[in-house]
Design a protein. Structure first.
Length: 202
């Protein structure tokens, strides 16, 4: 019986102790010579990789510390329950706030039966946001018009400045949607000013 070759194909002679890779035949029929291996050489294929048995059992999900599996499940359920508790509290708070809002709307009449004017912070916030947006749009429109005048007088503009000039019509449209004219004045006031200008003799 011939000795068993290693992973790299090295065969050790039992009698002499010499190691070699035996002669083989290629696919085209030619023979590959036997290669002698010097004593003490160990190819990388034959080097055994150290395996920690405990780590291997953990990787495979077997064995380990008794009771460790139960602890893992408990901590996972604690974390999940903590998050679900927090979410449940948030949902409950939203439900209470909604119920309180409906009660205020239901009780929105005073003793005379006239509707009471409850303070609506949402409307106030939206009004503040609208004013802020209008101010911002007016500022951008003013800058864009100044840049357009500069361009018309022959000044050179940077690419980002040209982009601002191009957006003038878009800014005017946004102001129009918010109830302002191209000059940034409320539409009702601008029509009054135009009418006053027409009444004055020139």
């Amino acid at each position: 019986m011939s000795p068993q070759p290693s992973k790299s194909g090295i065969v050790t002679d039992d009698r002499s102790g010499e190691r070699h890779i035996p002669e083989t035949t290629r696919a085209d029929g030619t023979t590959r010579k036997a290669i002698k291996i010097r004593p003490g050489y160990r190819p990388p294929e034959d080097v055994e990789v150290y395996k920690n048995r405990t780590a291997e059992t953990f990787r495979r999900g077997q064995g380990g510390i008794p009771g460790a599996e139960g602890l893992k499940e408990d901590t996972a359920s604690d974390q999940a329950s903590g998050a679900s508790n927090k979410n449940a509290k948030r949902r409950e708070a939203r439900r209470k706030a909604k119920a309180a809002g409906e009660q205020q709307q239901g009780a929105g009449t005073d003793a005379a039966g006239a509707p009471a004017a409850p303070a609506k912070p949402e409307e106030a916030d939206s009004e503040v946001e609208r004013e802020k947006k209008v101010r911002n749009l007016k500022k951008k429109l003013k800058q864009a018009k100044e840049l357009k005048n500069k361009k018309d007088t022959g000044g050179s503009l940077l690419p980002e400045q040209i982009a601002k000039v191009i957006k003038i019509s878009e800014l005017v449209r946004e102001l129009d949607a918010l109830g302002f004219d191209a000059d940034g004045e409320p539409k009702g006031q601008s029509s009054l000013a135009d009418a006053a200008g027409e009444d004055t003799p020139s």
